[in-house]
Ligand binder design. Structure first.
Ligand code: NDP
Length: 281
């Protein structure tokens, strides 16, 4: 049973990643973000997922510095992720983008660096840059985001280092069966973005409400627990202290098989974010 807030999963290169972390997309107000990161760390979060395109790496870094000081922990206790944006995909430009993210965050290494979107004709060169950073010991792990099976097959065809992670949109209305199966066979860990469907109605689902009532938990907690029991790393975003605590308070119960099946059956292949096979940014 996954019954510990600090429970980790071992990635294919042997490093440990917390099963649950904090997402920081769409938090534009610096003081709100600094506070959220600080409060999250105080309450036990050890993984934070950011990206250059979110435009808030400075505030994320400040929250980290203040958070670790208040919690009496060190940088090494955290798992920090960022992502290279589409405009920077290329060998030199990806390395420069990595350096720029480190500077904005005020850290000297990342735990995980991802290719944010599989831009055709560009992601392989960027992957070579990530391999270089990894081999040089500048980053602890490298991975991808929004890769479909065919993107992964293409990348694996000539990659020297296998991605440790594929971070994809995943929630009960988009269960991503195919990508998950492929990733499992290839020892690539799946990580869920918009695990709560980014506030687009999932939490009002009646079946989920019923299950939540039964376990005396909230719908958000049921959905996040479903991720964990499905061996999916999850990174819900909140800047609200009550919800930050709620989202990490999921290590004291177990969904049974019947309820997991019920949640699995909610799939509608419904995306709330862009389609990785059809985006133009
Ligand atoms: P989430 O599914 O995490 O949902 C966040 C929304 O749900 C916010 O409005 C939040 O509001 C609300 N919320 C959080 N907890 C609860 C709760 N317990 N009960 C009710 N409402 C709640 O959406 P995101 O899109 O932010 O996804 C999470 C993270 O994934 C991002 O922050 C980012 O790090 C990553 N991501 C990656 C992408 C990629 O392309 N790789 C794309 C999109 C996201 P409030 O803050 O007020 O609590």
């Amino acid at each position: 049973m996954i019954n510990n807030m600090n429970s980790t999963i071992t990635l294919n290169n042997g490093i440990e990643m917390p099963r649950l972390g904090l997402g920081v997309f769409r938090v534009e107000d610096s003081s709100e973000l600094i506070n959220a990161v600080k409060v999250a760390i105080k309450n036990g979060y050890r993984s934070i997922d950011g990206a250059a395109i979110y435009g808030n790496e400075e505030a994320m870094g400040e929250g980290i510095r203040e958070g670790i000081k208040e919690a009496g922990i060190s940088r090494e206790d955290l798992f920090i992720t960022s992502k290279v944006w589409n405009a920077d995909l290329g060998y030199e430009s990806t390395i420069a983008a990595y350096e720029a993210s480190l500077n904005r965050l005020g850290v000297d290494y990342l735990d995980l660096y991802l290719i944010h979107w599989p831009v055709e004709g560009k992601y392989k060169e960027a992957w070579k840059a990530l391999e270089y950073l990894y081999k040089e010991g500048r980053v602890r792990a490298i991975g991808v985001s929004n890769f479909q099976v065919h993107h992964l097959q293409d990348l694996l065809g000539d990659a020297e280092v296998k991605p440790v992670i594929n971070q994809i949109e995943l929630h009960p209305y988009l269960s991503q069966k195919n990508v998950r199966e492929f990733c499992e066979e290839n020892h690539i860990q799946v990580e869920a973005w918009s695990p709560l469907m980014a506030g687009n109605g999932l939490l009002e689902n009646e079946i989920l409400k019923e299950i939540a009532k039964k376990y005396n938990k909230t719908v958000a907690q049921i959905v996040l627990r479903w991720d964990l029991q499905g061996q999916v790393v999850t990174i819900p975003k909140s800047t609200n202290e009550r919800r930050l605590i709620e989202n990490i308070d999921i290590f004291d119960f177990n969904l049974n098989k019947v309820d997991i099946d019920k949640i699995d059956s909610l799939n509608q292949d419904l995306r709330v974010g862009p389609d990785p096979d059809n985006f133009d940014f």
